[in-house]
Design a binder for this molecule. Sequence first.
Ligand SMILES: Cc1ncc(COP(=O)(O)O)c(C=O)c1O
Length: 396
Amino acid sequence: MHDTIKKGDGGKMKKVYLDNGATTMIDPRVIKKMTPYFSDKYGNASSTHSFGRDAKQAIEEARAAIAKTINAKPDEIIFTSGGTESNNFAIKSIAFTNKDKGNHIIVSKTEHKCIMNACKWLEKQGFKITYLKVDKEGFVNPDDLEKAITKTTTIVSVLHGNNETGTINDIKKLAEICKKHNIYFHTDACQSYTKTDINVKKQPVDLITLNAHKIHGPKGVGALYIRKGTKIDIWQHGGAHEFDMRAGTENIHGIVGFAEAAKIAMNKKYIKHMSRLRDMLIEGILKIPKVKLNGPKGNKRLCNNANFSFKGIEGEAIGGYLDTKGIASSTGSACSAKTLESSYVLMAIGLSHQDANGSLRLTLSRFTTEEEIEYTLKVLPGIVNSLRRISPLWEE
Ligand SMILES: Cc1ncc(COP(=O)(O)O)c(C=O)c1O
């Protein structure tokens, strides 16, 4: 998909983007759908004239389209500025709105930074947080969740598809436990949305975080699914937008793009394509000595995620060398890629500091080609060998 680009020396270097867990390319069909909302259809959806009415209609059509992808009702979808806002909205607002019932919250140890940091802040406000351990593949054990529930628990939040390890938690089972105990269950589905089934009629989840930029939609737009009847107050105050649940002039071009991206991504053929290339990549990389896969194999893993630990070398160094070959990778979630701390997610699945620091994440998209995987498999062993040769940590 990605064209060969000219280097400064006039030579040519292939560009391969394998960091789709961080963000994705916007699908040209999505851009086409969004374009009129930057030029002709620029009205404010709160205005009553024809420009405003057009904008309002676009939002409502997008809301219905997003709702359909998870079998929800349109008025259960609240548009937000993305995954971070939806996660903050869900956990903080439920915590405060239901404070009369209790101050206990349960999350897993492998949540995205935005849930983790929201929880740290909630602790300062007097809430008690239980951080559930996960097994060596990153799964939350439903029995552990049930044991952690107390009379004061109000909300449980467990990530659906993990951004680092690709682990897909069984949200149906976890949500059923919460339902039995009359506790709200929230899941962050930014990575799993359209890549594995989400159906609120079958999975009794109360709140779901979604965003657009992981599914070839624009950045800065997302949604929070809120099941009808959920006791939750507005968190961001202002005008009466989004059923009086989230104030702020709507990001209409973003919302339109989000819905178009979701509709396109629902085609199951893309899951098949990504899974096949992911398995080809995993199989190829595991042929390199002393490399291990982090997270599970098969259909309990996100179809676009591969994460490895390379003995004796740093993931950062591998990523740097891959970059010189035109291949974009990552060593953790994008939000922590600039820090030198070991990934708390990889530590939670039991990796040593050394193995966590030797990790590399390669994440695919529906635009990834077999040729790009072959190219990656061709250049990676040489990089690993060269780095090991000069590594003081490497022993044959
Ligand atoms: C699992 C998960 N949750 C939340 C987010 C944050 O979403 P956004 O970038 O839309 O704020 C991300 C993106 O990095 C993510 O991977």
